[in-house]
Ligand binder design. Structure first.
Ligand SMILES: C[S@@+](CC[C@H](N)C(=O)[O-])C[C@H]1O[C@@H](n2cnc3c(N)ncnc32)[C@H](O)[C@@H]1O
Length: 265
């Protein structure tokens, strides 16, 4: 049960960030291959975005790529140390600003001010209070017709009727959140749920889900969500790890070679 306070304590600790989060992309080979292989194909239909909101930007591992696809970027995070790190890392990029949030609301962000919102590899640790809060708030800060791609936990699906979790290693996932519950919260807060993809993130359990929400325009009706279980997510990562090692990593190694006889210190 990672609470907002526990998330704050964990992620606001600089020693928790070994390589600015790049270490979590090793399954793909690199953050670039993670972006081009697994994130961009899932969100490309929503891009480019005039104004883009990233929830839980961390140290900017995904921010770096999102910036190329929007005219205005706002990154928010629970941890002030993450906000400060992104402010330093992206200083000089005039279209980007970073703000601290309380973990459940988007206070301070204007109504109808974003075309697209995204959260990747972060809100899996956020319980109902945070996820339901963000679903409600997204229906305020998105413009009508705007969309949000949220990566969240599905672990509640693996909680038995006796309340016991049947997954051995929950990877600090939130147990009060599932794909089905996110659909319920979306309906309660006036969001359309367009699509959900359940994946097995580093385990055999269906522990994670990607959800695409939309703020309907006035008069829009309900849309039946497309819901899929993707049994090959680990193969997807393995494929991109091979591509990265062959095509990107090999080139990086070659570029870093010193010319024979170049000498120098
Ligand atoms: C594993 S890091 C990932 C950061 C970044 N998305 C990435 O992919 O590198 C998790 C991030 O989520 C943030 N976070 C956790 N719970 C949050 C919440 N309820 N609201 C906003 N940010 C949150 C943490 O502060 C941390 O920066």
């Amino acid at each position: 049960m990672p609470t907002i306070a526990e998330n704050f304590a964990n992620w606001n600790d600089p020693s928790r960030w070994i390589d600015d989060g790049n270490e979590w992309s090793q399954a793909w080979g690199s953050p670039a291959t993670m972006w081009f292989g697994s994130i961009l194909p899932r969100v490309a239909a929503n891009l480019p975005a005039g104004s883009l909101l990233e929830i839980a930007c961390g140290h900017g591992r995904v921010t770096e790529f999102l910036l190329a696809h929007c005219e205005r970027y706002v990154g928010v995070d629970l941890a002030p140390d993450c906000v400060a790190t992104c402010e330093r890392r992206f200083a000089g990029i005039g279209k980007a600003t970073f703000h601290r949030v309380d973990g459940r609301t988007l206070a301070g962000l204007g109504d109808g001010s974003f075309d697209f919102a995204i959260s990747w590899d972060s809100l899996v640790h956020a319980e109902q209070e945070a996820i339901e809060g963000y679903v409600r708030e997204l229906m305020r800060v998105l413009r009508p017709g705007g969309t949000a791609f949220l990566h969240h936990s599905n672990l509640h699906e693996h909680v038995g009727s006796d309340g016991v979790l049947t997954v051995e290693n929950p990877h600090w996932r939130a147990t009060s959140v599932s794909a089905a519950l996110v659909r319920e919260w979306a309906a309660q807060h006036g969001a359309q749920c367009l699509a959900q993809e359940l994946v097995q993130w580093g385990t055999t359990a269906w522990n994670d889900c990607f959800t695409l929400l939309r703020r309907p325009r006035p008069g829009d009706g309900q849309v039946a969500p497309r819901i899929v279980r993707h049994p090959g997510f680990d193969m997807e990562l393995g494929f991109f790890r091979m591509v990265d090692a062959t095509w990107r990593h090999s080139l990086t190694v070659a570029r870093n070679q010193r010319a024979p006889g170049a000498g120098g210190s």
